[in-house]
Each structure stands twice: as structure tokens, then as C-alpha cells.
Design a protein around this ligand. Structure first.
Ligand code: XMP
Length: 517
């Protein structure tokens, strides 16, 4: 892999993604890893990410200096650029000359790193210190008003660096810097493609599972759907999928899984209709946390029961129990939970709403190395229907936490119809790419007076909550065009009798969360 060294800021994952987008497999490695640990992972190149502002600060993260002696091509970014400069004998000045945000940059010499780039461009800066002397043997390639040495390279050593952040979209030619490093400086060849990902994962799954049986809980979401499609490609009918219909799904969701997905992938599916159980358990419950706990608990019970039934069936058939459980754990989960052994379980339990601690299944996690956009891309390649691949994130507790007040069939039906209209209109307006997700929330205990035709209405308000986000940790409300909002509002109030008011949530996260409960 190309190893991206994490110096503790949030840039490493983004850089890893950009390297993949450039066509090479990448992994994040903590800066505390020893040179031997680096070598063990056979890196083809190493990227030092951004980090805290001063390399001289007490407690500033260090890198084992022997990493520089491995002879692996290296790119330093921001803090990593300064680490590289000091390591090779250059110097970093502690200045008061902070640069933050969009900054004009001039290319002095293209070299290999900046080849094919315009002489003046805008880059994204975030630093206090600057490299004031480039190490000997390093050519200075660029400068900014506050930074005489903004980029350098030594093509003999295959080392290069930039003070700015090429991984963020605000740096105009950022991706080109990353590509130039990989292909012009390091001399690597692109080989990370959708089909290479699929081939590699299929081979791994076959090796892990052998001729044993596997189950997978499908949620209707993209991760479990793609994970199951990969496992199915690898071991065919050794896989059985379980889909729990808890009654809190959106319109057509069950149909999408049962018909579209199953027919295109060819996977064997058991649907458990647990609507009565869930709605019974939720009867009269209004507290959000209680709802979440009840839904989580019922989900586990239902899934366990379905798995037990399948095991019993399997044991009667050819006597082989089910030993493996598929989970759609993604790479960010792995990195965020420390990336080490034992951490995956906590996250994957969370993925299916919590599995019992004494679970006897061994986990199969074919998406563990992948980012969400890669999962979507291979999903398309595997033939997973577009409606599932491009789906917005949808919470496990489903519509249960989008009805403010008690959950019942009648209210679910109202919300489902309104939600379907909002989704349809947002898609028609071409906003799916811009909107991370748009919860539609029913204020079931609130009523207001309206007028329709000649008559008075006394209906419920519905809230649109369109948000834009990179990772759901923070979010901003999406500036949906007024025309689209107007269309949604008109259609919902016309087509859903119980609703006489549509309101827009314009709160960012923080302070609001994305979901209302
Ligand atoms: P919040 O509301 O915390 O949501 O801003 C952040 C993201 O997480 C989703 N979400 C959940 N996903 N199980 C899930 O699988 C849950 O219990 C759950 N609660 C919230 C939410 O839709 C958003 O994408």
C-alpha cells in the first residue's frame, strides 16, 4: 500500500481517499509506528500528513527517523513537509506569519511534483511555522506571500513536499500534486480499480469461508447490500441473507430489497415480517432513547431467532451449521476505532443494531478496507440496483425516530407518503449529489389550523431536514432552491390529507443533530 502517516489531525483519511482516487491502494498508519512496522507493510510510498502547527512544540508528534532510511518515496504535506525538511537538514522558522485559507501560490520551477501546473494558482493553507531553508539537494518549486519555500523535491531521493493541503478541494490542482507525486516522483503505476478491488475481496472471502455457510443481515442500505453481493459472488449459495421488516421502513424499501436486489444479485433471501412485534413494543412510547432501545432490542431478538431457525434448518439438511456472519464495516470505522484487533467488533455490532456479546459467528467484513465512495462504485460494478447504491444514509431505527411522539401504523403511513414525495422531488431536481440525506420528520403531536378549498383543516406539520455533510459528524442545512421546496410543499399538502403545513429545518450540526431523535 501507500501508507499515509497520521499525525493526529483529521487529514490522514482524506489523503488516503485521494490516493485511492488517484488509482493506488492506501492505508493510514499511526505516526508512532516504528520503521520496522512500516517496512513490514511493504509500502510503495509514504505520505506524511498535516498535523499540529509547530514541529518544535513540546509533545509534537514525531516520526521514527529510520523511516526516512527505508528508501521509500515520500511526500510531506503541511506539518509532514516540515518534518521532512528538518529531517533532511533544512530548517523551519517559527513565524508569526500565519497563513490560513485560500492563498495565492506561484510556481517557481515545475519539477516533477508540479509538472503541468499553471504558474499561479490558489492553494489551501493552514500553518504558523514555515520552512525557511530547504534541505541541501532539494529544489525549491513554489512560494506564497508568507512562505518562500512552499514546495520542494529531490528526485534522486524520490522525496517531495508541499506546505499547502493538496487533499482539500480548495486547492485547485491538489489532486494533480498527489498524482504527480505517485507517478512522476515515485514512479508507481496505477492498479487500484473497481475490478481489482472485487477480485481481491472475492479471493479473500473464499479463503476465509471455504465451503462453510454464511449469513448476512440486509438493512436495505448500501453497505450491507454491497457486502452481501461480494460474498455472493465469492461463495454463491453458501450465503443466505436475512431482512428484518420492522415496519419502520420507507415506502417501497422492502420491495426494493426483495425484488430489485434479489433478482439482480441472485442472492437467497429470508424476510422476517416482524412489524407487529416492533409496533407492539413501541406502543405509546414517546421518549427517543426508549424508542431506540426498544427497536435495538427487538432487532437483535428477531435476527437471532432468524439465524437460529436457519441454523436448525441447515443442521437438518446437510448438517452444516452457519459459521460466518457478514458485516458491512467500512474503513473509516476501522481507522476511527483504532484500527487494531478487537476494535472491529464494537463497530460491527453497532452496524446491525447490536449483536450479542456471546455471538458464535466469525465475522466476514469484505468492505473493511474501503471508503463509502468505493463501496458505491463496486456496488454498481457488481450490479446492485442504483436505487440501493445511491441511497442516502438511513438510520437503523428508521421512521421510528422520525415521528415525534408515539409511533403507530397510521402515523407511519402519513410519514411514508410525505417522505416519498420529498425524495422524489429532490431527486428530480438533481440534488442527490449535494444532499447527504434529508430526513422528513412528522410532528405527530402538533396540530395547526389551515384552510383548504372552503374548509378549515386541523392537521400536522411535517419538517424537511436536508443536510450537506462529508461524514455526518458535522453538517450544514442544504440550500435547496425555493422552487424545489415550493413543489415539495405543494405536493405534500395536496397529496397527504393529514398534513397542512411544511416547514424547513435550517439548523446546522452542531447544534442540531441530523435526526430529530
Ligand atoms: P445524528 O442524528 O446523530 O445522525 O446527527 C448522524 C448520522 O447517523 C445516522 N443515525 C443512525 N444510523 N443507527 C444508524 O445506523 C442509528 O441508530 C442512527 N441514528 C442516527 C443519521 O441518519 C445520520 O446519517
Amino acid at each position: 500500500p501507500v501508507l499515509v502517516v497520521d499525525f493526529g489531525a483529521q487529514y490522514a483519511q482524506l489523503i488516503a481517499r485521494r490516493v485511492r482516487e488517484a488509482g493506488l491502494y492506501s492505508e493510514v498508519i499511526p505516526h508512532t509506528a516504528t520503521a520496522a512496522e512500516f517496512a513490514e507493510r511493504a509500502p510503495r510510498a509514504i505520505v506524511l500528513s498535516g498535523g499540529p502547527s509547530s514541529v518544535y512544540a513540546e509533545g509534537a508528534p514525531r516520526l521514527d527517523p529510520a523511516v526516512f532510511d527505508l528508501g521509500v518515496p515520500m511526500l510531506g504535506i503541511c506539518y509532514g513537509f516540515q518534518v521532512m525538511a528538518t529531517n533532511f537538514g533544512g530548517s523551519v522558522a517559527h513565524t508569526d506569519n500565519r497563513e490560513y485559507g485560500s492563498t495565492p501560490m506561484s510556481v517557481a520551477a515545475e519539477g516533477a511534483l508540479l509538472s503541468g501546473q499553471p504558474e499561479s494558482q490558489t492553494v489551501w493553507m493552514s500553518h504558523g511555522d514555515s520552512v525557511d531553508t530547504a534541505p541541501e539537494g532539494f529544489a525549491i518549486l513554489a512560494s506564497t506571500p508568507g512562505t518562500p519555500v512552499a514546495a520542494f523535491e529531490n528526485t534522486d531521493l524520490k522525496c517531495a513536499g508541499v506546505q499547502w493541503h493538496p487533499e482539500v478541494l480548495h486547492s485547485e490542482y491538489g489532486q494533480k500534486v498527489i498524482e504527480n507525486f505517485l507517478y512522476e516522483v515515485a514512479g508507481l503505476d496505477a492498479d487500484w480499480t473497481n475490478s481489482s478491488i472485487i477480485d481481491e475481496q472475492v479471493a479473500r472471502i473464499r479463503e476465509q469461508v471455504g465451503d462453510k455457510k454464511v449469513i448476512c443481515g440486509l438493512s436495505g442500505g448500501v453497505d450491507s447490500a454491497v457486502a452481501a453481493a461480494l460474498v455472493h459472488k465469492a461463495v454463491g449459495d453458501q450465503l443466505t441473507c436475512v431482512f428484518v421488516d420492522h415496519g419502520l421502513l420507507r415506502q417501497d424499501e422492502r420491495k426494493q430489497v426483495e425484488e430489485d436486489y434479489v433478482s439482480s444479485i441472485g442472492v437467497r433471501l429470508v424476510t422476517v415480517d416482524a412489524r407487529e412485534t416492533f409496533l407492539g413494543a413501541l406502543d405509546g412510547v414517546t421518549d427517543p432513547e426508549s424508542k431506540r432501545k426498544i427497536i435495538g432490542r427487538e432487532f437483535i431478538r428477531t435476527f437471532e431467532q432468524a439465524a437460529a431457525d436457519l441454523v436448525a434448518e441447515a443442521a437438518e439438511g446437510d448438517g452444516a451449521p452457519i459459521e460466518f456472519l457478514v458485516q458491512g464495516t467500512l474503513y473509516p470505522d476501522v481507522v476511527e476505532s483504532g484500527g487494531g484487533a478487537g476494535t472491529a467488533n464494537i463497530k460491527s455490532h453497532h452496524n446491525v443494531g447490536g449483536l450479542p456479546e456471546d455471538m458464535t459467528f466469525e465475522l466476514v467484513e469484505p468492505l473493511r478496507a474501503l471508503f463509502k465512495d468505493e463501496v458505491r462504485a463496486i456496488g454498481r460494478e457488481l450490479g446492485v440496483p442504483e436505487v440501493i447504491v445511491s441511497r442516502q444514509p438511513f438510520p437503523g431505527p428508521g421512521l421510528g425516530i422520525r415521528i415525534i411522539g408515539a409511533v403507530n401504523e397510521e402515523r407511519l403511513d402519513i410519514l411514508r407518503r410525505a417522505d416519498a414525495i420529498a425524495r422524489e422531488e429532490l431527486s428530480t431536481a438533481g440534488l442527490d449529489g449535494e444532499i447527504w440525506q434529508c430526513p422528513v420528520v412528522l410532528l405527530a403531536d402538533v396540530r395547526s389550523v389551515g384552510v383548504q378549498g372552503d374548509g378549515r383543516t386541523y392537521g400536522h406539520p411535517i419538517v424537511l431536514r436536508p443536510v450537506s455533510s462529508e461524514d455526518a459528524m458535522t453538517a450544514d442545512w442544504t440550500r435547496v432552491p425555493y422552487d424545489t421546496l415550493s413543489k415539495i410543499s405543494n405536493r405534500i399538502t395536496n397529496e397527504v390529507d393529514e398534513i397542512n403545513r411544511v416547514v424547513l429545518d435550517i439548523t446546522s450540526k452542531p447544534p442540531g443533530t441530523i435526526e430529530w431523535e
